[in-house]
Every structure is written in structure tokens, then in C-alpha cells.
Ligand binder design. Structure first.
Ligand code: ADP
Length: 490
């Protein structure tokens, strides 16, 4: 094996720790970067070395390519892992690493650039015979063309930003009267968020499922898929719950979708870990885009395949051939991930920054918790609202759901409102339990009503829990003192 000796992790929070964990297992030293707001964050303490890269706002720290490269230079890091978000899909950053002689743990800057354009990647996939959502073949040039295409594919249509991400700039248009305004607004939003005003039209699929395929490709021409993930539970076009396998998957559909995903990887000469995203509706699947990074939800794939995706990313970046063939990757059991965000589900998922005053994490059989927080941790408004990722694994989907209910009931976060109670309600919702989900599941009125009812009931449960925790305060103080004592001895 030809691994690196030292890797810089250009990220923060749970994902920085996730990457460092793989590094520690592989005997690789780690370098963390942090902003003023993260001086005392867990990822800083976990790393072998840590350096400040600036003030709290991302543009003044985690997005400062020059400062990150300075840290890499002075610490002698050979490679940079970007995590997800921040600079993970920034072709300029990947290129700057390449020019510095640093290994960017991800695909090449050219691949990132190509896949960063939703229009360009769709055109390429269509040419390769992969089904794509019908829409304008290029960016919208004028209103007349947009009207013609929309009439052809049929309303509702979706206005999308070609360089978009995170659901930003996406708008549903239900008839011709709303088209001009939506395009104009879409272009404005896209320009200010992504520096590229190009928007295009796509058929808006009603109640689709979001299904994605994980791939791993080495630099020697080998590519494997690691089955699919279902990510239909979303709010504002962003994922909240992910699972593997997809509950409605059949052998035949899986063969077709994974073959398409591998075609996507092949035609783009893809190297490293990537995710091919599809929408699925009425028995048809359509390529949406390829994400050229480690996904938040890579955890569920790891649980059902046993493959450590970060380790594979590092090995691939070091030039190693894949350690296994397609036949050696098997899927066993079922895994679910709930994103625990500091958000108020009863108030339109508004972010709720604040201090975590009590924290108790779940454990036991089939539970994996990837977290970047602890008791006393202050969630700042500067970054993503995700606190942790709670995953459960079971021999069946039902078993994974039962474990998720149990794990949520053990998980205590007091001080900020979180999505925990919503997940609890979801895991008890019979439609979710039956696997009958789609991307607008959370906005359906009857679902909202039943979830609201469950949330209110849960508030009562939380109140009881808070009281019992207050009563155990002395016990907690004693165990904290014992913990501190043990740490000074080790
Ligand atoms: P982004 O890159 O901004 O996250 P994506 O293209 O990945 O955007 O889409 C995110 C989500 O938006 C999808 O999971 C789905 O819920 C919704 N979406 C995107 N395209 C369509 C479409 N053509 N029809 C219906 N929903 C869509």
C-alpha cells in the first residue's frame, strides 16, 4: 500500500472527524483547519495538528484557498480531503491543489468542472444513452424558446440553475403565465449564488423518488457500484432521511440503474468516489446529476456493504487499484440515516443556533452516530445546521426502523430545537414504514397533520425527560469528574 503520511482536512464538524478517523486507522497523520468560531470544536482536538484559517464566515476561512494551501505547505501535508460542502466541488480548488503538487482526494478538476454544469453533464449522459429528464437541451436563450419547450414537455416545469446546488434557484412553474417571471428570478438567484446566471427547463416530475447510486473508480480503469440509496425524504429539496437499499428496488431495476451509473462514470473518465443521482417516477428513472464528492449519506452504504468509503477514497487518490471487484461487493441488511439538524420542524425548519446544555448520545446494537458536537457546544449561525447523523442498521428495514425509534428515544439534546422529534414521528408514520415515500412527502397535508400531532405528543415526552435529567444531575456531575480524572491518568 502506498498511502500518504499526512493529510489536511479542509472541512469542519462531523465530516472532518469522519475523515480523520479513517486516517487514524490507516496510520496517516492529520492536519485540521479552523475558523475563529471553531477554535474549540471537536475536529480541532481530534487532529494531530490544527491551524486557524480566519474568521467565522466561510468566505473568510473555510473557503480561503490561499490560506488552506499555506497550511498544507507549512505542515508538509501531501494530500487534501475536502469533505462535502465548502470547497468539495470547487474545480478551482482542485486545480490549485494539482498545481501545488498536492493530491486532491476526489476527481480531477476537469471532471468536477464538467459535472458542475447540470446542462453539460445532462447532454453528455444523453449522448451515452443514459435516460435524462426531458427539458431544454441548453440554457434558456429567450422566452419564446422556453415557452415552446415547456408546451412540448408539458406543465408543470422546473426552472433550474445549471451551476446550482442545495436546491437553490429551483422554481416550479405550473403554466405559461408564470414562466417569464420564474426565469428572470431564477437567473438573478443563480447569478448571485453561483456566479453563473444560466438556467434551463426540465419537466417537473410529480411525486418522484430520489434514488442515487454510489460508485468507486480507481485510476487504473476499474469501476464498481456500491448499490443504491433512497433519499426521498427532503425539505426544501434537501435530504433529511436516507436509506439503503431503496425499499422498492427490484433486481431488474437495480441492474439497469447501476449499469447506467457505471456508464456515467465511464464516459466521464471518473476517478474516486462519486454519486450518480436519479429521479424515479412511473417506473422510469432519469439521470439528474453526478456529485463528485463524498456524500453526507455515504454512511448508509458503508453499513450495508461494509466498505469504508473514505479509506477507499484515500487509497484511490494514492494511486492504488481497487481492492475488490464488483462480485465481491454484497449488500446485507438495511440501513437508515436521520440528519439531526438544529432546526425547528414546527417552524418551517428554521435554523435554531444556540448552546447544547444537555447531551446524551444513543448506542447499542446497530447504531452509528457521526457527530461533531458535545455537551456545552454552541451551534453557530455561520455553518450548516447539521448536528449529527444518526444511523441504524438491521437485518431488515423493519428492524432498522425499530432501532431508529429506540436510538432516537435514547438521544437527548437539550438547549436547541432539533429535527429529532420529527424523525421519531416519521419512523412511526405508517406510510413511511410501508416505504411509500416521494420527494414531496413532507409537504403533503395529511402527512404534515399526522406528523404535527406526533410532534406535539413528543413535546410532552421531552418535558418528562428534561425533568428526569435534572434529577440525575448529581449523578452526571460525578461521572464527569470520574471521566476527567481518568483522562488525566491516560
Ligand atoms: P441541487 O443540485 O440543487 O441539490 P438537484 O438537481 O440535485 O438539485 O435536485 C434536488 C432535488 O430537487 C431532487 O432530489 C428532487 O427532490 C428535486 N428535483 C430536481 N429536479 C426535479 C424534477 N425534474 N422534478 C421533480 N423534482 C425535482
Amino acid at each position: 500500500m502506498t498511502f500518504f503520511e499526512k493529510i489536511l482536512i479542509a472541512n469542519r464538524g462531523e465530516i472532518a472527524i469522519r475523515v480523520m478517523r479513517a486516517c487514524r486507522e490507516m496510520g496517516i497523520e492529520t492536519v485540521a483547519i479552523y475558523s475563529d468560531a471553531d477554535r474549540n470544536s471537536l475536529h480541532v482536538h481530534y487532529a494531530d495538528e490544527a491551524f486557524s484559517v480566519g474568521e467565522a464566515p466561510p468566505a473568510k476561512s473555510y473557503l480561503r484557498i490561499d490560506r488552506i494551501l499555506d497550511v498544507a505547505r507549512k505542515t508538509g501535508a501531501e494530500a487534501i480531503h475536502p469533505g462535502y460542502g465548502f470547497l468539495a466541488e470547487n474545480a478551482g480548488f482542485a486545480r490549485a491543489c494539482e498545481e501545488e503538487g498536492l493530491v486532491f482526494i476526489g476527481p480531477s478538476s476537469r471532471t468536477i468542472e464538467m459535472m458542475g454544469s447540470k446542462i453539460g453533464s445532462k447532454q453528455m449522459m444523453k449522448a451515452a444513452g443514459v435516460p435524462v429528464v426531458p427539458g431544454t437541451p441548453e440554457g434558456i436563450r429567450d422566452l419564446e424558446e422556453a415557452k415552446r419547450v415547456a408546451a412540448e414537455i408539458g406543465y408543470p416545469v422546473l426552472v433550474k440553475a445549471s451551476s446550482g446546488g442545495g436546491g437553490i434557484g429551483m422554481q416550479i412553474v405550473s403554466d405559461e403565465a408564470g414562466l417569464a417571471e420564474a426565469i428572470e428570478k431564477g437567473e438573478r438567484t443563480a447569478q448571485s449564488a453561483f456566479g453563473d446566471s444560466t438556467v434551463f427547463l426540465e419537466k417537473y416530475l410529480v411525486k418522484p423518488r430520489h434514488i442515487e447510486v454510489q460508485v468507486l473508480c480507481d485510476a487504473h480503469g476499474h469501476a464498481v457500484h456500491l448499490y443504491e440509496r433512497e433519499c426521498s425524504i427532503q425539505r426544501r429539496h434537501q435530504k433529511l432521511v436516507e436509506e439503503s437499499p431503496c425499499p422498492i428496488m427490484t433486481g431488474e431495476l437495480r441492474d439497469r440503474m447501476t449499469a447506467s451509473a457505471l456508464s456515467v462514470a465511464r464516459v466521464s473518465n471518473y476517478v474516486n468516489a462519486g454519486t450518480v443521482e436519479f429521479l424515479f417516477a412511473d417506473g422510469q428513472y432519469y439521470f439528474m446529476e453526478m456529485n463528485t464528492r463524498l456524500q453526507v449519506e455515504h454512511t448508509v452504504t458503508e453499513l450495508v456493504t461494509g466498505v469504508d468509503l473514505v479509506r477507499q477514497q484515500i487509497a484511490i487518490a494514492a494511486g492504488d487499484p481497487l481492492e475488490f471487484s464488483q462480485d465481491e461487493v454484497s449488500l446485507r441488511g438495511h440501513a437508515i440515516e436521520c440528519r439531526i439538524n438544529a432546526e425547528d420542524p414546527l417552524n418551517n425548519f428554521q435554523a435554531t443556533p444556540g448552546k447544547i446544555v444537555r447531551y446524551r448520545s444513543p448506542g447499542g446494537p446497530g447504531v452509528r452516530l457521526d457527530s461533531g458536537v458535545h455537551m456545552g457546544y454552541a451551534i453557530t449561525p455561520y455553518y450548516d445546521s447539521m448536528i449529527s447523523k444518526l444511523c441504524t442498521y438491521g437485518m431488515s428495514r423493519q428492524n432498522a426502523i425499530e432501532r431508529m425509534r429506540r436510538a432516537i428515544s435514547e438521544y437527548v439534546i437539550i438547549g436547541v430545537k432539533t429535527t429529532l422529534p420529527l424523525h421519531y414521528a416519521l419512523m412511526n408514520n405508517h406510510q413511511f414504514v410501508e416505504g411509500k415515500t416521494h420527494t414531496h412527502f413532507l409537504s403533503e397535508e395529511h402527512i404534515q397533520k399526522s406528523l404535527m400531532r406526533a410532534l406535539r405528543e413528543d413535546e410532552a415526552r421531552m418535558a418528562t425527560l428534561a425533568t428526569s435529567l435534572r434529577q440525575t444531575k448529581e449523578v452526571a456531575a460525578i461521572s464527569a469528574a470520574v471521566g476527567a480524572y481518568l483522562r488525566t491518568r491516560s
